[in-house]
Design a protein around this ligand. Structure first.
Ligand SMILES: [Zn+2]
Length: 419
């Protein structure tokens, strides 16, 4: 099946194969073709070019985009889409003046989500999570990473990871799974956190690996959560079992987690709202990609990741949602790119690069998705008729998406529900 998309106002993020991420000044460039065509064959991008040099080969169907733009789907490399219930009560409490840490100390926060999740059946958890995944696909996300970490018992963590595996099987987008058993210390281990780390490392982690339920390992390396020592210990053991690190670090304090992550060859370090010049130097000498989560900063009213410092130091940067019930109840990558421009002073080109090719890199998927490249998966967004791509981050809160395609087919909610 060959489908020809023609009269594309602008075909964005056109790359040769081999570009797996863009760093520093390269992020300022968003290669594109004005007045373009693109040929999709089955589930792949087969070819593209300018309408001035029109496609003359055969095709089964033509779609006239007449003034609309086409860009690769968003690649959201950091989410917690699998969770049970919501935490709108804590949202209201925070409005009244309680801090995130105070809510956590009262048994709220991650522990509240864990308690709800432990009581929720696997089927119900799947149904709730599938609704959120469908919502984010509709918002243009075409590849996603999902973490465990709201279970905090062996049964509940494995339940979450099985739900992620089922989502991966039933939905037509690449899904990567991350084991985040070290997300918070359950209250019964509060006085002896080391015993919880022993449980995660000696019992749950080997079972996750044995059942091949996750590709990545994560830990919330932060004061009051897990120490650098815990991080080193977990990452060492996870590596032996073939799980690469992608870790939560420097959200509230810089305690040495970035060095630990880089020492263990982490694929990504995520959050980074608080960065020291030493942290920046460590990242400059690594292959680890920084990931910023600006909708979390918006929701918690905490500092934004210093994107300018990172990019101006020549580093790559990816953007992701952090979709989770406590600190970011939103999986909207369109809002993320707006916030990146408005609050982090990233240019529209940098934000789009960070949300596509660099997001794909942060999931080891940039050979498959993240750009308009011959041979890549045909996961893409068709915009409404908009004046320029700068309109996407500029018109924050406006839905500029006309349609989304996964594997070369237009995506509709119904197509997934029949599975
Ligand atoms: Zn997170």
């Amino acid at each position: 099946m060959k489908t020809l998309f023609k009269n594309i106002k602008q075909l964005l993020q056109v790359r040769d194969s081999g570009v797996l991420k863009v760093s520093g000044a390269e992020m300022k460039e968003l290669p594109s073709i004005s007045n373009a065509w693109m040929l999709v064959e089955d589930d792949r991008i087969a070819d593209f070019g300018s309408m001035n040099d029109a496609y003359t080969g055969d095709f089964d169907k033509a779609v006239d985009l007449n003034g609309k733009m086409l860009l690769p789907s968003w690649c959201d490399s950091h989410t917690h889409i699998v969770y049970a219930g919501n935490r709108e009560q804590e949202f209201a409490d925070r409005i009244k003046g309680l801090t995130y840490e105070e809510i956590a100390n009262r048994g709220g926060g991650i522990l509240n989500s864990a308690e709800t999740l432990q009581k929720t059946s696997e089927n119900e958890l799947y149904e709730q999570s599938a609704r959120r995944l469908e919502e984010v696909i509709g918002l243009g996300t075409g590849a996603v990473e999902i973490k465990s970490g709201y279970g905090l018992t062996e049964d509940a963590e494995l339940k979450m990871l099985r739900v992620i595996r089922k989502l991966k099987k039933n939905y037509q987008l690449p899904v990567k799974a991350t084991f985040l058993g070290a997300h918070a210390i359950p209250s019964e281990f509060k006085s002896e956190p080391k015993i919880y780390m022993d449980l995660v490392i000696e019992e749950i982690l080997p079972e996750v690996a044995r059942q091949e339920l996750a590709e990545y390992i994560d830990i919330f390396c932060e004061k009051g959560y897990f120490s650098v020592e815990d991080t080193n210990r977990l990452l060492t053991e996870a590596k032996k079992l073939g799980l690469k690190p992608k870790i939560h670090v420097n959200q509230f304090h810089s305690i040495g987690g970035i060095k630990a992550a880089v020492d263990h060859g982490a694929l990504s370090v995520d959050h980074l709202e608080v960065m020291t010049s030493e942290d920046l130097e460590i990242l400059k000498n690594s292959q680890t990609i920084p990931v910023a989560l600006p909708s979390c900063s918006l929701f918690l009213s905490i500092p934004y990741t210093p994107a300018r410092d990172l990019i101006d130091a020549g580093l790559p940067l990816a953007l992701a949602t952090d979709f989770n019930p406590g600190s970011t109840p939103s999986g909207n990558m369109n809002l993320v790119i707006s916030l990146a421009c408005i609050k982090m002073k990233m240019t529209p080109e940098e934000a789009i690069n960070a949300a596509t090719i660099n997001g794909a890199y942060a999931m080891e998927l940039s050979e498959e998705v993240g750009s308009i490249t011959r041979g890549k998966k045909a996961n893409f967004i068709v915009t409404k008729e908009i004046p320029s791509y700068t309109f996407l981050p500029y018109a924050f809160g406006t839905n500029s998406i006309d349609s989304v395609y996964l594997n070369g087919k237009i995506w509709q909610h119904e197509s997934a529900k029949s599975l």
